[in-house]
Design a protein around this ligand. Structure first.
Ligand code: FPP
Length: 257
C-alpha cells in the first residue's frame, strides 16, 4: 500500500465509479429479506474501499441512493437511510485515519435529518484531505444534476457572470456536482444489468465500462482486480484513431465544445 497517490497508479486508473446493484436478488436467493442484502452490501463497501486503496486508486464514486429510489417501499427506504447513518457513524474515524476526503453528489438536503447530521460531521472531519476521495452519490440523478447546473448557470448569466454565447464544456462542467473531480476512467456495474440508470451520464462520456454478473454483496477483491485487468486491456481513443493513440497516448478529449 502506498501512502500517497502523487504518482499515477501503474494501471492508469485514477477514478472508479461503481453501481452497487443486486443486493435484493442476493437476499432473495438465500430466502432473506431485502434489507439483509443491503446490510451485506454496506459491509462490502468497506472491503471494496480497502482494495481500491491498495490499488492506489485516488477517486472512488459509489451510487448509494438515486432520486428514483424514493419510489421504493417506505420500509426499505427507511432501512437504507438507517444503514447509511450506521455506515457514516462507523466509518468516519476510519476515513480520517486513512486521510480520505468524503464528498457527496446529489441533493443531500432532502435526506432525513439523522443522515444529514452524520454526513455533515464526516464532511467536516475529512474536508482537508487531498490524496484520496470517496464520493458518494446520494439522492443523485444525472438529469437532476443537469437541471441544477442549468438553473445555476441561468442565474449567473442573468447577473452577467456567464456569457451564454461563449459557454463551453470546461465552464459548464464546473456547475456539475462533480466540479473539480476528474471523470471516471472506469464504471463498474454489478448484478448483470447492463444499463447506466441515470448515473454520471455526462461524466462517463469516455469511461470504460465493466458489467459483471456478480451481485454486489459478493463482489470481492478478486472481481475488483479482474475489472481492473479488463480495463487495462482497453485502448482508450477519445475520438482519435488507434494509430494516433499508439503514436501519442491521449488522456482526455481534445475537443470540448
Ligand atoms: C441496489 O440493489 C442497491 C441499492 C439501491 C442501494 C445501494 C446501497 C448500498 C450498498 C449501501 C449504502 C452505500 C454506502 C456508501 C454506505 P437492489 O436493491 O436494486 O438489488 P436488486 O436489483 O437485486 O433488487
Amino acid at each position: 500500500m502506498q501512502d500517497s497517490p502523487s504518482q499515477p497508479a501503474a494501471h492508469g486508473l485514477n477514478h472508479v465509479a461503481i453501481i452497487m446493484d443486486g443486493n435484493g436478488r442476493w437476499a432473495r436467493q438465500r430466502g432473506l429479506p431485502r434489507i439483509e442484502g443491503h446490510r451485506r452490501g454496506v459491509s462490502n463497501v468497506r472491503a471494496v474501499l480497502k482494495v481500491a486503496r491498495e490499488l492506489n486508486i485516488k477517486y472512488v464514486t459509489l451510487f448509494a441512493f438515486s432520486v428514483e429510489n424514493w419510489q421504493r417501499p417506505a420500509e426499505e427506504i427507511s432501512s437504507l437511510m438507517g444503514l447509511l447513518e450506521f455506515f457514516l457513524e462507523r466509518n468516519t474515524r476510519e476515513l480520517v485515519k486513512n486521510k480520505v476526503r468524503l464528498r457527496v453528489i446529489g441533493r443531500p438536503d432532502d435526506l432525513p435529518e439523522g443522515v444529514r447530521k452524520k454526513l455533515d460531521q464526516a464532511l467536516e472531519a475529512t474536508k482537508d484531505f487531498q490524496d484520496y476521495v470517496l464520493q458518494v452519490a446520494l439522492n443523485y440523478g444525472s438529469r437532476t444534476e443537469v437541471l441544477d447546473a442549468v438553473r445555476a448557470i441561468s442565474e449567473d448569466a442573468a447577473k452577467g457572470k456567464v456569457d451564454p454565447a461563449h459557454l463551453d464544456w470546461p465552464q459548464f462542467s464546473r456547475y456539475l456536482y462533480t466540479a473539480d473531480i476528474p471523470d471516471p476512467d472506469l464504471l463498474i456495474r454489478t448484478s448483470g444489468e447492463t444499463r447506466i440508470s441515470n448515473f454520471l451520464l455526462l461524466q462517463c462520456a469516455y469511461s470504460e465500462m465493466v458489467f459483471t454478473p456478480v451481485y454486489w454483496p459478493d463482489f470481492d477483491r478478486k472481481h475488483f482486480i479482474e475489472a481492473v485487468e479488463n480495463f487495462r486491456q482497453r485502448q482508450r481513443r477519445f475520438g482519435k484513431t488507434g494509430e494516433q493513440i499508439k503514436a501519442a497516448p491521449a488522456s482526455e478529449p481534445a475537443i470540448n465544445r
